[in-house]
Design a protein around this ligand. Structure first.
Ligand code: SAM
Length: 235
């Protein structure tokens, strides 16, 4: 899988060298390249934004640098990439979306700043035959200062689903939002020591009785899902 990320703050994407994603890069499972949008600006000030048509507060990102950056990435590859644009007004980026993105061969992520990217950029690339579509995704119902934090979240969620990335492939199947027939959220987890600051690990988890442990975990997951996320599936 290849992921290109375009941003005016390329240093913001440095955490993608660490941990699970960093290891996936080293193992050749994912090839991540970060680009500085300002290198594609056309004026001497390297401007990437201007005032919004129609008035109002803030600035809007210019379409020209975006067009130049995205076209340059496109000419460097043979297969059509999918353009992902993080946006609070996008479709919800949930576990299903993460799984879909992890199956895409080449994703280009356009990180907006200010009031966002001129809307013609999304429209233009959605209509081009040499691109495989445009997806605008929101990572939650709140507003970030830029798309970089959203890109970090989306890349990590997608890359950890690639075969060979997680040490134990079963852990993704057991995760919250991933269960086929169980409650949507995972229940509480514990490790050693059995007692810590007067808090004890539930006896059932020390019993060695796997049927009882499974039943307890199911029940805990259902209770937690009911209490915290009544909007999610819960048998
Ligand atoms: N004016 C925009 C609005 O209200 O929809 C907010 C723009 S926000 C300050 C700047 C950039 O941050 C966006 O273009 C997007 O790239 C990113 N962003 C902010 N919140 C986001 C979210 N919840 N999900 C994904 N991206 C987000």
């Amino acid at each position: 899988m290849r992921i290109d990320i375009v941003s005016i703050f390329p240093e913001y994407l440095a955490p993608l060298e660490l941990s699970l994603v960093g290891k996936a890069r080293e193992a050749g499972i994912v090839d991540i390249r970060v680009h500085d949008l300002r290198e594609f600006a056309t004026d001497k000030h390297r401007s990437v934004d201007d005032t919004p048509y129609g008035g109002g507060p803030g600035m809007v990102m210019l379409p020209e640098p975006w067009g130049a950056a995205l076209d340059a990435i496109r000419t460097s590859v043979e297969q059509p990439p999918v353009l992902v644009i993080p946006s609070p007004s996008g479709y919800q980026f949930d576990q299903e979306a993460a799984a879909e993105v992890s199956d895409i061969e080449h994703v280009v992520i356009a990180c907006g700043r200010y009031e966002g990217i001129d809307s013609r950029v999304a429209e233009h690339y959605a209509g081009r035959d040499d691109w495989a579509g445009v997806r605008e995704y929101s990572i939650g119902d709140y507003v970030l200062a830029g798309g970089e934090a959203a890109a970090l979240a989306m890349v990590e969620a997608a890359v950890r689903l690639k075969p060979g990335v997680l040490g134990n492939a079963d852990s993704a199947v057991d995760d919250s939002f991933s269960k086929v027939d169980g409650a949507a959220l995972e229940g509480p987890v514990f490790t050693r020591p059995p007692a810590w600051r007067n808090l004890e690990v539930p006896d059932v988890l020390l019993s060695g009785d796997h049927a009882r442990i499974d039943a307890w975990r199911r029940q805990q997951a259902e209770e937690r899902t009911r209490a915290r996320r009544p909007d999610l599936p819960n048998p």
